[in-house]
Design a binder for this molecule. Sequence first.
Ligand code: ATP
Ligand code: MG
Length: 553
Amino acid sequence: MKKGPNFIEAIVEEDLRTGRDHGRIHTRFPPEPNGYLHIGHAKAICLDFGIAEKYGGKCNLRFDDTNPTKEDVEYVDSIKEDIRWLGFDWEDREYYASDYFGKLYEFAIDLIKRGYAYVDDQSSEEIASQKGTPTEPGIPSPYRDRPVEENLELFRQMNAGEFPEGSRVLRAKIDMASPNMHMRDPVIYRILFHPHHRTGTTWKVYPMYDFAHGQCDYFEGVTHSLCTLEFEVHRPLYDWLVEKLMTGDYKPRQTEFNRLSLNYTILSKRMLLELVKQGHVRGWDDPRMPTLTGLRRRGYTPESIRNFNESIGYTKVIATNDVGLLEFAVREDLNRRASRVMAVLDPLRVIITNYPEDRTEMLETVNNPEDDSMGSRTIPFSREIYIEREDFMEDPPKKYFRLSPGAEVRLKSAYIIRCDDFKKDRDGNIVEVYCTYDERTRSGGPEAGRKVKGTLHWVSAPHALEAEIRLYDRLFNDPDPAGHKDRHFTEFINPDSLRIITGYVEPSLQDAGPMDHFQFQRIGYFNVDPDSTADKKVFNRTVPLRDNWSRQR
Ligand code: ATP
Ligand code: MG
């Protein structure tokens, strides 16, 4: 179903209609390089790049690297890789807030000269204690009315490294009684001695996010600065700086949308870092992580993530989405693109007693019934096969259409077999099942169309490849792991979020490459993990075929 424009698209369309900014549409995605991108960032990326794509505009990639103490090139590289993977392109417009440190410094000087900024010698604690409350005005700093010349000289000295970190800040002089706390003389520059990953030790003062962001938008010609709702209260400051600093008829404008929040999922970079650092997961790309690198390794496709974002949409309503929607999106996408293959995860040996011992035949099977263009392949059939243990019952209930003594089932793309007997070990476990096959039921054979109720997947025992299968599940078993006052979110880690088993897969998978997607028939969607080698195949379960979580509840 085609949806109408979302509220941001409606704004853009109106701007195009009225000829604002001469019909120019320019957005940016502004990650801070202090962690890996996650599914929440994908929501912002799909909007920023999506708007530019849809309306013939441009989208910049701008690293918001204003805090040298937390940032790293490792993150810069991963962020670029993840955006490209999602299918977006910033062309040659890769920018860094640090590229503008010189111009931002000039803007600060300009504010000082015009009496709109002052150096405050108080500590951050003292400044905080004077901020007031939303209902009570703040107390003006004793330094608020410092002469311009003194401010200029102190700011210069701050940047020359003449004062220790934390000893002085530059504040915008706005309104200590404003009902908006962000307007009560916000700090716009602080002293930091930590070397910056791009500018080294050139700067000793660094702009705060609020001072850098809108100004960078302006330097880059960004028309629509799209960000999440928590910045709504920062908008008056954004606009104040636009008004004070930006001359000419072009002015960037900020619009806020609802951030993504998913149940059973943590989307805080700080907490994700904690999961990595404390070894709760194997790394940022652990397939249980909501990071884009983790989702990619898990087998999510870029299309599934884009479709998911399209389906939840962009509004001003704060809400938590069901992670089941994300799982649905990948299931739907993989249904279209994944080859159907056979894999048995919990093997039970079946011997087809009337099938010649020395015979192997190659049977044809289609790769994807949803898409004829994906063609077909052949799979070996022989006297000994594996089926899933749960597909046989000695004493089945009514309506059990799988294998049981005397019953018939179809083996997918092969024959109908009948169970004649079975063998148990001393402990009563079933170890082998004996069947006979009916040659006439082969595809193209005279009885190919014979009806039986159950169809089972299987692999030929001597031909199957042993494989490591990583069965992933949700990382948390609580819908809101970070939402408990007296319990730490790691207490809600699902102990069954990873189960590693040995399974048997059809031999065609020998040639499967890293990240190839498959549907293990009747089981779920899987992909080849990068740990996979020619000698040992490793598969990740992306999602089961059905949503087991909603069935349990
Ligand atoms: P931090 O707390 O480190 O600032 P952040 O998640 O906001 O974390 P940024 O690198 O600043 O990280 O985010 C880049 C962009 O992605 C911002 O525009 C931000 O609004 C957007 N973004 C971050 N998280 C989400 C989310 N959950 N849903 C939608 N957009 C998000
Ligand atoms: Mg942020």
